[in-house]
Design a protein around this ligand. Structure first.
Ligand code: MG
Length: 226
C-alpha cells in the first residue's frame, strides 16, 4: 500500500508563533545594525528568505553581504525569544502527532517558510522534532510554492517506493499554504489557529477547514481506511 505524506506548516499550525520569530529578528537587527526598531513585517505564510530581504531593504543594508551573519545570530537569539514570547504547541497537536507517528503508512514532514535551522530550534523547543524526518524550508526560496516542491522531493527520498503524489496532504493556517499545496497537487487541511481568518481560508477552498487540530478524528480515520 502507498503511504500518506503529511506536510505540516509550523507557525500558526503546530505552534503559536506569538511573534517569537520577529522578536528575535528585531533583537538581531539591533545587535548587528544598531537599529532600535524594525518596521512591522507581514510574516503570515511567507518565507524567511523573502522576509529578511524585505527587512534588509528597509534598513538599507545588503542581503548578500549580511544574511549569513544575521542568520547565525538569529539562531542564537531565537531560543530566548521563544521562552519570552511563550511559544507553545497549539491544541491537539501533540496528541495528533503521536497518533500519526505510530501509523505505518503515514510519513510526517515539514513545509515551512522558516529557515531550516530556525524550524529545528522551534520544534526542539516544543519537544516535537522527533516526529518529523524530512521537509521543505525557507532558506533558498522566497516563494512558498518552491518550498512545497522541495518538501515533496525530500518526501520522495525519504518514503521511497511507497510515496504517491496522490496521497499528499498539506496542513496549514494561511491561504499561502493552500496555494502552495495546489501547486504540488496536494490536498489541504486548513486550521483557523493562525494567520488566516475563517472567511479568507474558506474562500481559498481547502479540502477541509477546522477550527483547530483537536477536531480531526474523521480526517484521521479517512487516512486509515484507504
Ligand atoms: Mg503558518
Amino acid at each position: 500500500m502507498k503511504a500518506w505524506t503529511l506536510l505540516f506548516d509550523i507557525d500558526g499550525t503546530i505552534m503559536t508563533s506569538a511573534h517569537a520569530g520577529t522578536s528575535a529578528m528585531a533583537v538581531t537587527a539591533k545587535e548587528l545594525f544598531g537599529v532600535e526598531e524594525i518596521a512591522p513585517l507581514n510574516v503570515h505564510g511567507r518565507c524567511d528568505r523573502g522576509i529578511l530581504a524585505e527587512l534588509f531593504q528597509g534598513l538599507g543594508v545588503s542581503y548578500e553581504q549580511h544574511h549569513e551573519e544575521f542568520s547565525r545570530r538569529y539562531y542564537q537569539n531565537l531560543p530566548a525569544s521563544l521562552i519570552e514570547n511563550q511559544g507553545r504547541l497549539l491544541p491537539g497537536v501533540r496528541s495528533l502527532l503521536e497518533t500519526l507517528h505510530n501509523e505505518d503508512n503515514i510519513a510526517l514532514g515539514i513545509l515551512t517558510g522558516n529557515l531550516r535551522q530556525a524550524a529545528e530550534i522551534k520544534l526542539q523547543h516544543l519537544g516535537v522534532d522527533q516526529f518529523f524526518s524530512f521537509g521543505g524550508y525557507g532558506d533558498q526560496f522566497a516563494d512558498r510554492n518552491d518550498v512545497a516542491q522541495q518538501a515533496v522531493d525530500s518526501a520522495k527520498n525519504r518514503v521511497g517506493d511507497k510515496f504517491s503524489s496522490d496521497r499528499v496532504w498539506v496542513i496549514g493556517d494561511t491561504t499561502n499554504d493552500i496555494r502552495c499545496a495546489r501547486s504540488i497537487g496536494a490536498k489541504v487541511l486548513a486550521v483557523e489557529t493562525g494567520g488566516g481568518s475563517p472567511e479568507e481560508l474558506s474562500s481559498a477552498k481547502p479540502d477541509l477547514l477546522l477550527p483547530d487540530l483537536t477536531t480531526c478524528e474523521l480526517w484521521l480515520s479517512s487516512l486509515k481506511e484507504v
